[in-house]
Design a protein around this ligand. Structure first.
Ligand code: FAD
Length: 290
């Protein structure tokens, strides 16, 4: 590996390159086919990808604690049948549903109370959906997408809002802003293949030695991220540590033991335990006197 060329044309030389872009992006978009080779290209071409999602970003004038919400994440299911939920996620058909079988909800302004705006909280709701219904518009740009896409998006936003109301009756009345992200939104902002939330599908034939753990046949190129070992913020962070340890020839705990600033953990739901300056910031954000 000789380094990377940025979109600006600038070349950054480096003997080691670490890519957390997913394997499809890394091997088919960031490297030329003659470097990657047929064998690896066939493997990448046969990969199955994790589900993508509808993301409802919204702001609401609510008292989240009165609704039973905290800084944690709420997984709401209409019935205790997770397989059935995933079947809807895999197969749809989305536009014929009255409500979704489940919903993931998080109040971002309770995770970080300093980001609240007066009495308005910000929230995100997600549900897993297949990519295929959105594939006809792949490659189209925000603001230029055809009416059929916008109509589907409106329908799905209404579906998310109905599901939200079923999960938390009364919440809808407080909503002052809502915008739906579709799988194309994920594809654009995260640059992930098929808008996947979690990289490659975590099935047996795609994990461990059959996946993308470790270095690559391309000297100096290492992979990390959700498609290598484990997905999610914690999983992806762990793969970064493992890759760094591999490159440096040490063990992960040795990286964590190095001198650095002490990590302070503050309980998100107990601002009284925070340092005074942060407490004052959170009070100001909530429109209260410090
Ligand atoms: C809407 C949403 C909500 C989520 N919520 C949660 C959650 O609550 N908890 C949780 O644990 N996980 C959550 N996840 C999953 C989690 O975010 C991912 O598993 C994790 O961020 C993956 O990290 P990564 O380093 O593998 O990839 P990413 O963080 O996706 O990083 C890949 C990087 O590659 C870059 N890239 C791609 N193509 C190119 C290119 N051609 N040139 C240059 N750079 C490129 C991208 O810009 C990006 O910065 C969520 C994901 C999404 C999309």
């Amino acid at each position: 590996m000789a380094g990377v060329r940025l979109a600006s044309g600038q070349v950054v030389r480096a003997p080691v390159v670490l890519s957390n872009a997913d394997p499809h992006v890394t091997f088919t978009r960031l490297l030329p086919p003659e470097v990657v080779g047929d064998k690896l290209l066939r493997k990448v071409g046969g990969l199955r990808w994790s589900l993508t999602a509808l993301s409802l970003f919204f702001a609401a004038r609510i008292d989240p604690e009165a609704l039973g919400l905290s800084s944690g994440n709420l997984w709401w299911l209409a019935a205790p049948d997770v397989e059935a939920c995933y079947r809807v996620g895999q197969d749809g058909p989305l536009d014929q549903l009255d409500t979704l079988p489940g919903l993931f909800l998080t109040v971002t302004s309770l995770k970080d109370r300093t980001k609240r705006k007066g009495d308005i909280h910000t929230l995100e709701a997600f549900w897993m959906v297949p990519y295929d219904p959105f594939a006809p518009w792949a490659g189209t740009k925000t603001g230029e997408r055809p009416a059929a896409y916008l109509a589907l998006k409106d329908k799905l936003q209404a579906l998310m809002l109905r599901t939200l109301e079923r999960a938390l009756p009364g919440i809808g009345a407080g909503i002052v802003f809502a915008e739906l992200g579709t799988p194309l939104t994920n594809e654009f902002y995260c640059a992930s293949t098929r808008g996947g939330l979690y990289g490659t599908e975590k099935s047996l034939g795609q994990l461990g030695p059959l996946g993308f753990l470790g270095d690559t046949p391309i000297g100096g190129l290492h992979l990390c991220g959700a498609s290598t070992l484990a997905h999610g913020v914690a999983g992806a962070a762990q793969t970064g540590l493992m890759a760094a340890a591999r490159v440096l020839g040490c063990k992960v705990p040795e990286l964590l033991d190095k001198d650095g600033p002490a990590l302070t953990l503050l309980p998100a739901d107990k601002p009284a335990a925070w340092p005074a300056d942060l407490q004052a910031k959170a009070h100001r954000a909530a429109g209260l006197r410090p």
